[in-house]
Ligand binder design. Sequence first.
Ligand code: ASP
Length: 439
Amino acid sequence: MRKVVKFGGSSLASAEQFKKVGNIIRSDESRCYVVPSAPGKRNSRDTKVTDLLYGCYGKAAEGKDFSGNLKEIKERYYEIIQGLGLNLSLEEEFQVIEEKFKEQAGRDYAASRGEYLNGIIMAEYLGYTFIDAATVIRFDKNGVFDPEKTDRLLGKALSKNEKAVVPGFYGAKEDGTICTFSRGGSDVTGSLVAKAIKADVYENWTDVSGFLVTDPHIVDDPAVIETITYRELRELSYMGATVLHEEAIFPVRKEGIPINIRNTNDPDAPGTFIVESTCKKPKYTITGIAGKKGFCSINIEKSMMNSEIGFGRKVLQVFEDQGISFEHVPSGIDTMTVYVHQDEFEAKEQQVVAGIHRAVAPDFIEMESDLALIAVVGRGMKSTRGTAGRIFSALAHANVNVKMIDQGSSELNIIIGVENREFEAAVKAIYDIFVLTRI
Ligand code: ASP
């Protein structure tokens, strides 16, 4: 059994956190490849090292004195090194960093040093081999990630090292220029390492005990999802529920490697398993509820619309021409409604209205803003009667007016449109009916 373990910034923010991580790794022989993030926040007022590095480099790029900023970063690492009682000096590393900053080696180079230095400390602390991600995670000359080359390089390097640390978040072009993934990208590195060694599990350690059924800002202490499929996760994360970088799913998904989200501060909790498919019934009929505020609906009416071939295409073409993506298009016999993101739409509203008039000559167009969409997701809905009934009676009891309903043909989700101001009440009502009362 071989596991890849990735630790997020909050799990590595201090020596105390590092010690927890050390205990987790040492408690299981199969945790042989470690992917660390940069040190994150030690408390809510703190700053992540990655952000300190961006700030520091910003000054260097403007030709300003950045020594104070660099000192602050150095102190973060030395606090960890001393707290762990390691005999490790990063002086040479920091000299190189200072020089490279002066040469303006780039924002990606700057940000990557957070993971790089944390990786050196982690390897020293565990007695594992340090593998610089610049040598194994490959980007092409245009800075686009190269999955094939990476897989080959990683496979080769890891086959020679039974226990290794590969820092997350960055890689390099053939010529050595450092490139990073987007923010939170250490998750992607972990997934690539897991794919390369065909790991049995990719453990992603963070500061929550797994993927929650819904947003803890809306529902107090929501239940943890035990097992979720990749498809369910996509639906929920699209609607804003995130614990994992979106692109971290694809490498392991292709290999059928499960991801296990775990909590460094509660290592005995089993966390959430993200899997390709499962015959395990979810604990509740629904797997999760997520949603977003800030949508607009554009309702287009025209008599005999149903017999006008190409009507829908012409309407959607107007949105495409304006560079606006649509979310949902519920329709009636003489009506078609398009849901879009309010912030993308507002500035182009009148161009869209004019475009629709020109394209399809509707009888009238009506618009509404400040709407929220809620996705109720669950593989269990397919085989359960009355799920929709339960959702809507719960919403009626909570006095929430439903403005739109859309059930995906996969029967994996039901999307509900409500007014922004009723969003929280709606999520709570759905959560209560499925998780608390469990009927
Ligand atoms: N340190 C990087 C960030 O803050 C990458 C990561 O943590 O995954 O975004």
